[in-house]
Design a protein around this ligand. Structure first.
Ligand SMILES: Cc1ncc(COP(=O)(O)O)c(C=O)c1O
Length: 387
């Protein structure tokens, strides 16, 4: 672009997404009336639970529609503090908690509050693509720590420590993980916590998928290195509230204050109505637990079906223990994941995400946050493609 609207170096530094081509092609096919089944979405297919919706409606009707404190209404911060204690065994006082517009903003604020240009940030790969992009926006340097399908994408703490340099500042953890579904067991988390302690690193742990765990134990790393850990979570995945845009963080008071200062100069408070909705999700524990249990059971059944189906077709797919994604090895379709995803879209009419952007060559990600009928049809279509 030329003329007065020269784009900033920051804007230009954002990597164009390799998956955009596949996503645009899927949209184009849909526009042409082709029935494409999307296995690419990163959100629950369930509706937000009724008790949460009712709390939002009540908030609107009682005029709770104005600015709130930047860091969130006190009742919600208290409920989050209680949730951290009850579900995670973590001690974050209400003034060590902040409420953000989605988990994404909590991460963004955290990176901008803590990173300087040239700092190095260790990120297990395959990773959620926003981590390296956000880290790079601060001027810091993302450093991938590879994990493999053979080990179920489990992080090896020695591999992590081997990448620590004098410039390393931070470790980003995401368990259960997107895109791998890997859940790091307590012994791995303990070892990662020890690495952080030995080298005086910050751990930013993204626990957005904590409730979607099937046959593993979900543990918060903050238990092992509380003085090093900033814990990020949110309402999006746990309570099927992606559109409400509520995330939150718990951490040391000074970091939370810096995140609040950043937020006060950008978006101010998260939506007031969404905050009251989230308060209901965290306070009405009986209804929320019933919803979470129902969703988890459905996801488990779908996971089992899609994993056995894809492996049955000859596409090697490890069994993930959490989240709602599987990673399939698509090299039998094409050695390159972009081309494989293109063929799956064009010839099987199924939209998947190629692993290119999240450092997973030869693999594609499928989300099973969709109906069992869709999963059966997807397996039938991909089966047809493989002949
Ligand atoms: C690992 C991970 N963290 C954070 C987010 C962002 O969540 P939110 O929609 O609350 O911003 C996502 C959404 O896809 C995610 O997969």
């Amino acid at each position: 672009m030329s003329g007065p609207f020269l784009l900033s170096e920051r804007a230009l530094s954002l990597k164009p997404s390799a998956t955009v081509a596949v996503t645009s092609r899927a949209l184009e096919l849909r526009r042409q009336g082709v029935d494409v089944i999307s296995m690419s979405v990163g959100e629950p297919d369930f509706d937000t639970p009724d008790h949460v919706k009712a709390a939002a409606i009540a908030a609107i009707e009682s005029g709770k529609t104005k600015y709130t404190a930047v860091n969130g209404i006190p009742e919600l911060r208290e409920a989050i503090s209680a949730k951290f204690a009850r579900e995670n065994g973590l001690e974050y006082a209400p003034d060590c908690v902040t409420v953000t517009s989605g988990g994404k903003q909590a991460l963004f604020n955290a990176f901008f509050a803590l990173l300087n240009p040239g700092d190095e940030v260790l990120i297990p790969a395959p990773y959620w693509v926003s981590y390296p992009e956000m880290v790079a926006l601060t001027g810091a340097v993302p450093v991938a720590v590879p994990t493999s399908p053979e080990s179920g994408f489990l992080l090896d703490p020695d591999e992590l420590e081997a990448r620590v340099t004098p410039r390393t500042r931070m470790i980003v953890l995401n368990s259960p993980g997107n895109p791998t579904g890997a859940v790091f067991p307590p012994e791995v988390l303990r070892a990662v916590a020890a690495v952080a302690q030995r080298h005086d690193l910050v751990i930013v742990t993204d626990e957005m998928y904590e409730h979607l765990v099937y046959d593993a134990e979900q543990v918060s790393i903050g238990l092992y290195a509380p003085e090093h850990t900033l814990t990020i979570n949110g309402a999006s995945k746990a309570y099927a509230m992606t559109g409400w845009r509520i995330g939150y963080a718990g951490g040391p008071k000074g970091v939370i204050a810096a995140m609040n200062a950043l937020q006060s100069q950008s978006t101010s408070n998260a939506s007031s109505v969404s905050q009251y909705a989230t308060l209901a999700a965290l306070s009405d524990q009986a209804h929320t637990a019933a919803f979470v249990d129902m969703a988890r059971a459905a996801y488990r059944e779908r996971r089992d079906r899609i994993v056995s189906g894809l492996n049955g077709l000859g596409l090697r797919t490890p069994t993930p223990q959490g989240a709602f994604y599987v990673m399939a090895d698509t090299t039998p379709i094409h050695p390159g994941e972009l081309e494989a995803a293109r063929r799956i879209l064009d010839d099987a009419r199924v939209a998947v995400v190629p692993g290119t952007d999240f450092a997973a060559p030869g693999q594609v990600r499928l989300s099973y946050a969709t109906s069992m009928a869709n999963i059966e049809e997807v397996l039938r279509r991909i089966g047809g493609l493989l002949g």
